[in-house]
Design a protein around this ligand. Structure first.
Ligand code: GDP
Length: 297
């Protein structure tokens, strides 16, 4: 097993929140993630070609950063949680104002609550003539979820993921929530984090998106992720830009692992390459034994 050393209070620094967008189908999760990505990632970039790497970071006008998991829906959230990974700090739950609180909205709310993750509601599609944000807030109130406009403490903002109305204000509310959480990490140690996605690319080999949660990842670091391992040969951000180092709350796409780790796998940087290889080999062996056992039963 891997022992993680407790950080000293004085080594901790404020880190950006990691946000997941959830909600009922067609309520606008993808549109919101796309709008935020396009406004904040592509804007001002020459070329403006973004890679879909499963996560991206944005920097607001005031310099504050937010990391988004770019997989809408709670499947990713629950898949990661099932693997023991809890990377989300804040959940944005999108509800269409021309609809209502729906079954998957309720599921998303219970997932966030079960994980102890604060919710910011995005009441979406307010550009539509049929939109009735107050009806949605009333439904939430009936579920004992009182948003600010209704005298409660839960943050919500009326938005249009189509026109962008209210989106910056929504992000400012996410930042407020993050400040309450007082999120911190030690950037000055070997990196640890979670795998977001991975695939085999013809030509480049295994490409893995990982979210650094603490420490700083550097090119040349030796990484163990689930049953895979390898030396980081290259790192790219969501703009496809080459980066040399990635600190806490930074999503980064890396080359160099000998396989595709699974979403939700933890990764660790090892100073001793041998040790990483041994653990990866042991995990592979264990996995083989387990699959033999399940075949027998
Ligand atoms: P998801 O299933 O939650 O990811 O929903 P999508 O983002 O795919 O949106 C579903 C549909 O609603 C698409 O046709 C979007 O163009 C539309 N949509 C999303 N947000 C808005 C909005 O703010 N206003 C309007 N008018 N349409 C929207």
């Amino acid at each position: 097993s891997i022992t993680e050393v407790e950080d000293n209070e004085e080594d901790l620094e404020t880190r950006a929140p990691i946000v997941t967008v959830m909600g009922h189908v067609d309520h606008g999760k993808t549109s919101l993630l796309d709008y935020i990505r396009e406004e904040n990632v592509i804007a001002g970039e020459s070329g403006g070609i973004t890679q879909h790497i499963g996560a991206y970071g944005v920097t607001l006008d005031n310099g504050q950063r937010i990391a988004f998991l770019d997989t809408p829906g709670h499947e990713a959230f629950t898949a990661m949680r099932a693997r023991g990974a809890q990377v989300t700090d804040i959940a944005i739950i999108v509800i269409a104002a021309d609809d209502d609180v729906m079954p998957q909205t309720k599921e998303a709310i219970s997932h966030a609550q079960a994980a102890g993750v604060p919710i910011v509601f995005a009441i979406n599609k307010v550009d539509k003539p049929t939109a009735n944000p107050d009806k949605v807030k009333e439904s939430l109130a009936n579920m004992n979820l009182l948003v600010e406009d209704w005298g409660g403490k839960i943050q919500s903002h009326d938005i249009s993921a189509k026109t962008g109305l209210g989106v910056q204000e929504l992000l400012e509310k996410v930042i407020l929530e993050a400040e309450l959480l007082d999120l911190k990490a030690n950037p000055n140690k070997p990196a640890v984090g979670t795998v977001v996605e991975a695939y085999l690319d013809k030509g480049r080999g295994y490409v893995s998106t990982i979210l650094v949660e603490a420490g700083t990842l550097k090119i040349g670091d030796y990484v163990l992720a689930g049953r895979t391992h390898g030396k980081v040969k290259a790192m790219h951000d969501e703009r496809g830009k080459v980066i040399e180092i990635a600190g806490p709350s930074t999503p980064v796409s890396i080359l160099g692992l000998d396989g595709a780790p699974q979403a939700g796998d933890k990764f660790h940087v090892f100073e001793d390459e041998r040790e990483a290889k041994d653990i990866a080999a042991k995990r592979t062996q264990l996995q083989r034994e387990q699959s033999v056992r399940t075949q027998k039963t």
